[in-house]
Each structure stands twice: as C-alpha cells, then as structure tokens.
Design a protein around this ligand. Structure first.
Ligand SMILES: [Mn+2]
Length: 382
C-alpha cells in the first residue's frame, strides 16, 4: 500500500491537524475537520457494541450508498461492533453489480421483515429515512444517519450527520477517517473500501464535474489507498446486454421535435430498469438535443426518465404538466431515487399476455400526454 507521509496516516488524533492536508491553502477552501463529531460517532457505535447492527440500503443501491455502507461497516469492525450490510431491492445496474463483485462487498438481500429481527440497531447511509418497501421490526432502532441529501423531515437518531454541501456520502466517511477515526492504511480491506469510496464520490459528482472542495479533498485523502486497476475496471461501467438492447430500441424509436427528443424502449426487466435513464443519458449526448424523455414498461408499470441540459426546464414541473397526479393527488414523477424519473402503475392492464398491444397502447398514451407540453409532437403523428 503506498504511503504519502506518516503525518496524514497517523492514528493519533492530535497529529491530524498538523498533517500536510491541513495546509493553509486547503483550510481556506474547506473548514477544518470536526473532531467533536467523530468522537460522538465513536461513542454512539461503541455504546452499541454488544448488539447486532444492520446497515440497510434503500432503493436500488448506487456506488455511493454501497461504498458508504462498506465504510460504515469498516468503522464498526474497528470499534468491535458487528455490522451486516443488507438491501431490499436488487442492485440494478451491471456496473454496480461489478463493483460489488470486484470489491467483495458482503451484502445480504432481505425480503421478509423477519430476516431483520435478529438486529437491534439500524444504520442509514446515503439516505435519512429507511427503505419503505420493507416493514421494519418494531425492536429495530435507528442508531446512525449519515447522508448528503436534503431530508423531507428532520430525522432523529443518536448520531445524525447530514450535509448538503458535499457531493457524496463517501466524502463524509472519508472525512471521519482523515480526522482520525479509523484512518486508512492499517487494515487488510482498506484498499477495497477506499477504492469503492473513491468510485462513490466519482459517480455521485458526475466524474467530479460537480465535486465540491470537500469531495476533492476526500478523494485526495483516499487516492493513495485506491487500487487503480480495480477502479478502472469498475469505472468501465459495463452495460448489460439487455440494457444495450433497450438503448438500441430507444434509438430506433427516437422522435425529435426541435431540441426535444422522446423514445420508447418497450419492455425492460426489473433488474435492468436502469436501462431507461441510461438510454436517456445517452440520447442527451446528441448535439442538437437538450431535453429527452425515455420510457418503457417495467414489470407492472410505465417507467420513465426525463433528462435535460436546459436550466429553464424543471423536470418535476414538466412531469406534472404531462402526467398530472395520481388518485391520491401525488405527482407520478419526482421520486427521490431518480430526479426526473416517473412511474405510472398499469394496474390490471399489466396482466395482459399481449405484450405488443400493451406496449403500443402505452406508447400512444405517453405520446398524447407529452404533446400537451410539446404540441408539435402530436402534429407529426397525425
Ligand atoms: Mn449519494
């Protein structure tokens, strides 16, 4: 493992503030590390030492969530706390499955609340509310919350660290390590954890395009421990055959009205649901397009993604103008997991055995609705 200087790897907390990373020019761009916070976290975790602990990931876990869970588990291990990483929904992108495989991420998939019964404490990473698709056993208590999203309600837990001024949850965990709470460079799995965390920061900041000084600082702290070859293999962002086929169908179905594009991908399996935002991201790269809507049928619903480069287009407003609200008055779009994503349940229609007719109906209805906002789309069809 390459070492930079002994000063910034020193486990002694006192030495941290004298390390080279705290040079005046860096302190000027980011406030100094908060040692009281790490003592608080250390005390909360140490206090839970005798009980089993689960890190439950919400949604379809992305690299920042997976790597934050690894960082949290590593921290627990160092403090003598046993922690298990669990998730409910499948890991949907093949690049994320590659991350889990290449970095040996120990994860268990849970589907029944009974599987969570052995655990006393719950830690949330990269989310401030627990996964809604599983009912939590009443005895399970939230112990820590570390996140970088704006919470809808202020969550309560013995330890809460929510910061919106960083691009990734991994940045916060890297700060804990840099501040002296289980610093990197001592453990066998440090390389894997650092590599995952670096990739988490990289993906959550759009390859550092939206990285804040804190994200760069965290990445710089982790870099000496990162395995560059593994990082480049994970960073290849492999696309599954099914997702690539869906992108092909999106290209074949593409309709362009001025700088707006719409494309349907037909049926996509739940595991490859992310083929839809992937296709949207890909189409948005066409030089004459600045807003794109891609949709498809995923299991029992219409699933779609709106991507835009235009500051004047608010995806949530666009979606609401197009699809309106459901029977309970909630908009179909604007889910927390996918900005600009929408989901419309197909209800009984989903049971139709005639996939082709169902798709052509869905396609027609979506086009009609979108024509409310992009009228030229309708004129083309008639
Ligand atoms: Mn994140």
């Amino acid at each position: 493992m390459p070492r930079t200087t002994s000063a910034n790897l020193s486990p002694s907390k006192a030495a941290v503030f004298r390390g080279p990373l705290n040079a005046p020019h860096l302190s000027a761009v980011h406030p100094p590390l908060q040692t009281d916070r790490i003592h608080e976290l250390e005390a909360v975790l140490a206090g839970a030492r005798d009980e089993r602990h689960v890190i439950l990931l919400g949604g379809h876990p992305d690299p920042d969530a997976i790597a934050s869970a690894l960082a949290h588990r590593r921290l627990c291990e160092r403090l003598g706390v046993s922690a298990t990483i669990a998730h409910v929904l499948p890991i949907s992108r093949s690049e994320n499955r590659a991350l889990v495989k290449l970095l040996n991420v120990p994860m268990v998939k849970v589907s029944d609340p009974a599987e969570l019964a052995p655990y006393r404490y719950l830690s949330l990473v990269d989310a401030s509310a627990s996964e809604t698709s599983i009912k939590l056993p009443p005895g399970l208590e939230v112990l820590t919350i570390v996140d970088h999203h704006r919470p809808t309600t202020i969550p309560k837990a013995p330890f809460v660290d929510i910061r919106h001024d960083v691009g990734a949850t991994c940045t916060i965990y890297a700060e804990y390590a840099e501040a002296g709470l289980a610093p990197f460079g001592t453990g066998n799995d440090d390389g894997d954890v650092a590599t995952a965390m670096f990739f988490g920061i990289q993906t959550d900041t759009d390859d550092f395009a939206y990285a804040t000084p804190a994200d760069f600082r965290a990445a710089a702290y982790l870099k000496p421990f990162v395995d560059a070859e593994t990082l480049s293999r994970v960073g290849r962002r492999a696309i599954s055959a099914e997702a690539m086929a869906a992108i092909g169908r999106a290209l074949a179905d593409l309709e362009v009205v001025r700088d707006f594009a719409i494309a349907g991908v037909g049926h996509v399996s739940g595991t490859n649901r992310d083929a839809i935002p992937m296709a949207a991201d890909f189409l948005l790269r066409r030089e004459d397009i600045d807003t794109v809507l891609v949709f498809g049928i995923v299991e029992d619903r219409v699933d779609g993604s709106l991507r835009t480069r235009r500051a004047s287009v608010d995806p949530a407003v666009f979606m609401q103008n197009v699809f309106g609200d459901d029977s309970e008055g909630r908009p179909y779009g604007g889910g927390r997991a996918d900005m600009g994503g929408f989901r419309i349940p197909l209800g009984l229609m989903a049971e139709s055995g005639d996939e082709e007719s169902l798709w052509s109906m869905v396609r027609e209805v979506v086009h009609k609705r979108v024509a409310r906002v992009v009228p030229e789309l309708d004129k083309r069809k008639s």
